[in-house]
Structures are given as structure tokens and as C-alpha cells.
Design a protein around this ligand. Structure first.
Ligand SMILES: NC(=O)c1ccc[n+]([C@@H]2O[C@H](COP(=O)([O-])OP(=O)(O)OC[C@H]3O[C@@H](n4cnc5c(N)ncnc54)[C@H](O)[C@@H]3O)[C@@H](O)[C@H]2O)c1
Length: 463
């Protein structure tokens, strides 16, 4: 395990707190396991009894590197327990983190029903002073909403403090991110809430930004909107590079050395997906819209993101003439490598477009096949072997840049494929190596084949 001090042992905790985490998903489970590792007593709660049952059996409901060993170790040490009895759990613990989902509504508004549900339960079960910490990503003013719901539902008077502590971990390296964050954001009004949360996080030895609750909520939305903007910006630049036969990798390098710009998060591809960026970008835009502000840039970030996948579909279509009756192999289904999460995965949207147009799709992913199958149904043939998925296909599309795909044997690939088109949706492959085997390489903004799609092409979705 890689801890902040880098000496293999967990950071020293300044004391043991009794914590409940409501919502044992990606964020809640990582938070719970990491706090337990610091020596705290953590009760992870979830209203999904099956998920709790799985965890009690010592299994994880999803794939996340390093997390399994952390959960097992802390369960055995008696510091990490699981329950689906939310009411009893919140009665039992003075510090309650809310880490439930905040999905998007059909009108792109933020669905706060899970957060409100937990707040109501805390109110009904109030039996003493509580520090309620909202870790879910929520619109500005949610802290105030949570406080008012707790008050409305409570028949007792106890000190209840509501704080915000947004989470910045990335799936795929969530444990490392939690243990070694760039910064920790605490939004709190009372001195007690600030002190308690600072005490919890001080062992990490990372910068702690202390603000009021609204500012902390805004910091999280702003961070995700900014990162999504970077993705869409580079995708747009890549698309322009394609018109002029310029390699976007060189462009990214050339601008990334400017310290005001920076070189990270500058890779074009199929666009962002996952459970955060798409919903948070839309959520921020809708929240602003609700108060009369049209966030045009943020709206466009999302439109460019959606267009990128349509553009990729058109690249495939152009390369094959038509996709009808053709076999397409999609490598990678998760929205990014090292996770089994397929929520809003670009690969699945692409598969939808391909099958609607009459293509037959075979697909592979190291860990995300079950999640993908649950969404696509039986219309896609899933293979547990990479070359089994490739066999007999007309076009290979790399949709998620799992490390193992970088080691693909292009000689074997050429022999197995029926046609020779390789669409590298993540710019993972070396175009020369691919071309050396007589394969036709199509990347994102790579200077091999000028793509004559005009800037206002079919890929653009009106906003
Ligand atoms: N996944 C990420 O990478 C990430 C990173 C940073 C922030 N976030 C934010 O953290 C929050 C949680 O995200 P996640 O990915 O962990 O979600 P998730 O869907 O994996 O987990 C949410 C969990 O909450 C449970 N739940 C729902 N309603 C409940 C209730 N009333 N009582 C008890 N449990 C309930 C669900 O069963 C589920 O297990 C979201 O707001 C998300 O935007 C996520």
C-alpha cells in the first residue's frame, strides 16, 4: 500500500473517531476503508442489502485497485463494519458522512433525492449531537437544504452541524488519491466542525483548504467543469488538427510546456464519461440556469463531448463505406482504464450508434463486461479474450486505454482481421507500428490521414 509518507505504513491518526458513512459506493467504500486504515471505527451503511451482503462476505461489489486488501484488512481488525440498517447506524455514530449518489434528472437537473432521504433519516433518528458531512457532489446551497431537512424531521433538539467535504478521488486510483490527495476541501461554519474534520484529515499531511459550506460545494463543481473543459478543448483542437494534417500530440507538447497551461489531462480521445463529469457539467449549467444565468461555455463543453463520439462513428463509417453488416471489435468498455464502471462510458454510446446502423459488435474489457452487458443486453458479443474479440472483424476500435491493449500484437491482429482499419480512440498505439503491418491507422488528431470532415460536421450536436 502506498501511503503519503511512502514508508508502507498508514498515516498516524490523532485519535479514533466513530464514523458512519451513508452510501457504500465507490466514494463511500473508499472513504470508509481509508478512515478505518487510519484507526477510526467506521460503519459503512447502504440501503442496497445485496451490496452489504457482498461486502460482509469479504467481496467487493466493483473493481478498484488496492481496495479489496484494505477492506479485508480493516474488517479483520474490527474497524470496518457494514450494515443496511441506516436508522440504527446514524443513531450510533456522532460523525456521519453522506456519500450517496447525486445522479442527473431527465431535465439535466441534479437529483438530490438520495441526499434528502438520508437527511430525513438523520432527522428522525436524532438522539444526540451530530456532525453531518456531505461528501457527495452537490449543487451550492445543498448544505443548507440538508440542515433544514434534518431540523424538519427531528422532534428533539441537539446540536447538528452540516459540513461539506467534497471528494476528488479518481476511480482506478481511488485509494491512492484518497490517501494522497492534492488537497482536501472542508466547508464548515462552526469551529467544532472545522476542528474535527481537520483532525481527521491532518494525518494525510496534505494542504487543507477551509472555507464556508457554499464555497466548498462550488469548488467541487468548478473542478469537474474545468477538467471537462480541458477534455473538450483538446478534442476540439484534435479535430482541427485532423483538417490540417497536424499531429495533436506535438501540439499538446508544444503548449503543455507553458506552465500556465500545463501538460496533464491534455490527451484527446472519445470524450469524457463516467459517473461524474457528464452529470456535474450538466448539473452546474442547470443550477446556473435556474438562477437566470446561461453558462454558455459549460453547455458547449458538453455538446463538444457528445459530438466527439458521433464524429468517431462517422470516421468508422467513412473508413468502411458503410457499417451495415460489418463486424466491429470494440476494445475497452469501462469509461476509463482500471475501473469496472461503465456509467456514461463513451464505448457504450459508440456501440449503440454502431448497432443502430446495422453493424455486428464484438467487445472485450478486462473487468467491465458484466456491467456493459447489463446495459447493452445480448446485442453485443462479449469475449473474455482480446484476440477472440478481434477475430474476423473489419475494424478494431480502441475505446478505453487499458495498459494491456498497448501490448497488442499487430502482426497477429492483421492475420485475424477481415479488413484492416484500426481506430485508435485514445491515441494509445504507435501509428507507424500499426501501419507497418499493413493496417490503416486512424487516431484522434494524428497527422496520418487528413480527415475531410468539416468543422461543422455531422458530429456536431446542436446546443
Ligand atoms: N465515483 C467517483 O469517482 C466520484 C468521485 C468524486 C465524487 N463523487 C460523488 O460522490 C457521490 C457518490 O458517488 P459514487 O460513485 O460513490 O456513487 P455510487 O452509486 O457508487 O454509490 C452510491 C451508494 O449510495 C447508496 N444509496 C442510495 N441511496 C441511499 C440511501 N437513502 N441510504 C443509504 N444508501 C443509499 C446506493 O445504494 C449506492 O451504493 C456522488 O455525488 C458522486 O458525484 C464520485
Amino acid at each position: 500500500m502506498n501511503f503519503p509518507q511512502g514508508n508502507g505504513s498508514p498515516p498516524k491518526s490523532t485519535g479514533s473517531h466513530r464514523i458512519a458513512i451513508v452510501g457504500t459506493g465507490y466514494v463511500g467504500l473508499v472513504t470508509g476503508a481509508c478512515f478505518a486504515e487510519l484507526g477510526h471505527s467506521v460503519l459503512c451503511l447502504d440501503n442496497d442489502a445485496r451490496k452489504i451482503g457482498t461486502l460482509r462476505l469479504g467481496e467487493l461489489p466493483f473493481f478498484e485497485p488496492q481496495l479489496h486488501e484494505l477492506v479485508i484488512h480493516n474488517r479483520q481488525a474490527g474497524r470496518l463494519t457494514f450494515s443496511d440498517d441506516i436508522a440504527a447506524g446514524v443513531r450510533d455514530r456522532p460523525i456521519i458522512f453522506i456519500a450517496v449518489g447525486t445522479p442527473i434528472l431527465p431535465n439535466d437537473g441534479v437529483d438530490l433525492s438520495q441526499v434528502c432521504d438520508v437527511a430525513a433519516t438523520i432527522g428522525r433518528e436524532l438522539n444526540g449531537p451530530k456532525l453531518v458531512v456531505v461528501k457527495s457532489t452537490v449543487p451550492v446551497e445543498t448544505g443548507e437544504l440538508v440542515a433544514s431537512i434534518i431540523a424538519e424531521n427531528s422532534s428533539q433538539t441537539h446540536d447538528v452541524e452540516v459540513a461539506a467535504n467534497p471528494e476528488f478521488l479518481r476511480e482506478g486510483c481511488a485509494v491512492d488519491d484518497f490517501m494522497r490527495p492534492d488537497r482536501i476541501v472542508i466547508g464548515a461554519t462552526s469551529e467544532h466542525a472545522r476542528r474535527t474534520l481537520q483532525e481527521l484529515y491532518e494525518p494525510f499531511g496534505m494542504p487543507i483548504v477551509v472555507t464556508d459550506v457554499r464555497t466548498a460545494e462550488m469548488i467541487k463543481y468548478t473542478a469537474n467543469a474545468f477538467l471537462a473543459t480541458k477534455v473538450s478543448f483538446m478534442n476540439e483542437i484534435a479535430n482541427i488538427c485532423e483538417i490540417f494534417n497536424v499531429d495533436v500530440k506535438d501540439v499538446a507538447h508544444g503548449i503543455g510546456l507553458d506552465q500556465r497551461i500545463g501538460s496533464r489531462f491534455m490527451r484527446p480521445g472519445l470524450g469524457y464519461g463516467g459517473s461524474c463529469f457528464p452529470k456535474d457539467v450538466r448539473g452546474l449549467e442547470r443550477t446556473a440556469h435556474g438562477r437566470g444565468y446561461e453558462a454558455q461555455l459549460i453547455r458547449t463543453v458538453e455538446a463538444v463531448n457528445q459530438a466527439q463520439i458521433v464524429r468517431t462513428f462517422h470516421k468508422i463509417e467513412r473508413a468502411l463505406g458503410s457499417v451495415e453488416g460489418r463486424r466491429v471489435c470494440v476494445l475497452g468498455l469501462a469509461f476509463k482504464p482500471d475501473t469496472s464502471d461503465v456509467r456514461e462510458a463513451p464505448a457504450l454510446r459508440l456501440i449503440e450508434l454502431l448497432t443502430q446502423a446495422g453493424a455486428t459488435v464484438t467487445a472485450h474489457d478486462p473487468v467491465a463486461i458484466d456491467g456493459a452487458r447489463a446495459i447493452t443486453g445480448d446485442g453485443v458479443k462479449y469475449c473474455s479474450d482480446i484476440y477472440g474479440a478481434i477475430n474476423g472483424c473489419d475494424v478494431l476500435v480502441l475505446a478505453t486505454d487499458w495498459e494491456e491493449y498497448a501490448a497488442i500484437d499487430f502482426q497477429l491482429l492483421r492475420r485475424l482481421m477481415r479488413s484492416n482499419v484500426v481506430v485508435d480512440g485514445r491515441n494509445l498505439f504507435d501509428p507507424d507500428k500499426v501501419a507497418a503491418e499493413g493496417l490503416r491507422y486512424i487516431g484522434v488528431g494524428r497527422a496520418r490521414e487528413p480527415v475531410s470532415l468539416p468543422a461543422r460536421d455531422e458530429g456536431m450536436i446542436p446546443i
